[in-house]
Ligand binder design. Structure first.
Ligand code: ZN
Ligand code: ZN
Length: 283
C-alpha cells in the first residue's frame, strides 16, 4: 500500500468487508496466531475456487491484511474488525434483560436493578424512579459470565470508559477528547447543578457524569476512602452514598468552579474543580 492509498473512506472500508469469504479470511488469520502462506490460508477458508479466493484476499491486502515475507497477517485495522465481530456489537441483537444488582440505592436502600436494552445498560432505582447511570456495552460482555459477575463488569466498564475519556482518549475512535464542566444536561438528576462532560474532537462521541465519578480516581479521594476502610478498586460505586450527586454544587459561574464534598463516617473531604477540570483539595 502506498501513501496515496492510506486514506480510505468509511464507505470503502465497510464495503470491503461485506463478503463472507473476506470475513472468513480475517477470522482464519486471527485464529492462526502466526502469518500464513497463501496455500495455508486458502486451506482454512471455505472457498474452492482459487481465483475467487485470490480476488477476495487481494481486496483485503493493504487496509486489513498485510504481506510479510510472502505470508499474510492481520493489520491493526484487521484485528479491530475481529474485535467488533467478537464483541458482538454489529452481529447480535441482544434481547432486553433485567438484573437485580447486589447493590442498594443510597437514597432509599432499595435494591438497584440493571436493564440491558439495545446495547445499553441502565442502572436504576425503581422506588426513587430514578436512573443512576446509563452507558453502552457490547453484547460480548454477557458471554461466559453469570449474573453475579455482571455487576462488576458493568461497573468496571463504565469507570474505565469514563477514565479513558478523562485521560483524553476516545473509546470509539481514539481521537482526542476535551473535558469541561457543564451546568445543563438531559442526563442530570433533578437538583443537579453541575456535571462533567468529555467530547471527542474527532468523532463527536460524548460521555458525561457527575463530579464524583471524575474524582473517584483522584489520589486524595482514593486515600480518604482507604483511611475509612474502603478499597475503591473493589467497592461498588453505586452504593457510595456521597456519590449520589447531592453533595456537588456550583461555587462560581464566571469562572466556572464546582465543589464536591466527600463524606465518610462524618468526616469530610472537600474538592473543587475548575473549568479546565483541575482539582484542588481544600484544607
Ligand atoms: Zn432509591
Ligand atoms: Zn472519537
Amino acid at each position: 500500500m502506498d501513501a496515496d492509498e492510506r486514506e480510505v473512506s468509511p464507505e470503502q472500508a465497510f464495503s470491503l468487508l461485506g463478503n463472507d469469504t473476506r470475513i472468513g479470511i480475517i477470522q482464519a488469520l486471527w485464529k492462526a496466531d502466526e502469518p500464513l502462506s497463501f496455500s495455508d490460508l486458502h486451506d482454512r477458508v471455505e472457498i474452492r475456487d482459487s481465483g475467487q479466493f485470490n480476488y477476495h484476499l487481494n481486496k483485503l491486502v493493504g487496509l486489513f491484511v498485510r504481506q510479510v515475507d510472502g505470508k499474510y497477517e492481520l493489520t491493526f485495522a484487521g484485528s479491530q474488525v475481529i474485535g467488533a465481530i467478537l464483541s458482538g456489537t454489529y452481529t447480535q441483537r441482544a434481547e432486553t434483560e433485567r438484573f437485580e444488582l447486589d447493590a442498594n440505592c443510597p437514597d432509599c436502600g432499595t435494591e438497584l436493578t440493571a436493564t440491558y436494552e439495545e446495547e445499553r445498560v441502565t442502572i436504576r432505582c425503581e422506588t426513587c424512579d430514578e436512573d443512576r447511570s446509563t452507558f453502552g456495552l457490547p453484547p460480548g460482555a454477557f458471554e461466559g459470565r453469570d449474573e453475579s459477575e455482571l455487576q462488576r463488569t458493568f461497573e468496571r466498564w463504565l469507570l474505565n470508559v469514563f477514565s479513558l475519556m478523562a485521560d483524553g482518549v476516545c473509546l470509539r475512535c481514539s481521537g482526542k477528547t476535551i473535558g469541561s464542566l457543564i451546568t445543563e444536561s438531559e442526563y442530570f438528576y433533578s437538583n443537579q447543578e453541575v456535571g462533567i462532560e468529555f467530547v471527542c474532537e474527532r468523532c463527536g462521541d460524548r460521555a458525561s457524569g457527575n463530579l464524583g465519578t471524575y474524582l473517584l480516581r483522584h489520589p486524595a479521594v482514593v486515600a480518604f476512602h482507604y483511611d475509612h476502610g474502603i478499597d475503591l478498586t473493589k467497592a461498588t460505586v453505586w452504593e457510595l452514598e456521597w456519590l449520589s450527586g447531592d453533595n456537588e454544587r456550583l461555587v462560581s459561574e464566571a469562572p466556572l468552579v464546582a465543589e464536591c464534598v466527600v463524606t465518610l463516617d462524618g468526616d469530610e473531604l472537600t474538592l473543587t474543580v475548575d473549568e479546565e477540570l483541575a482539582v484542588h483539595v481544600e484544607d
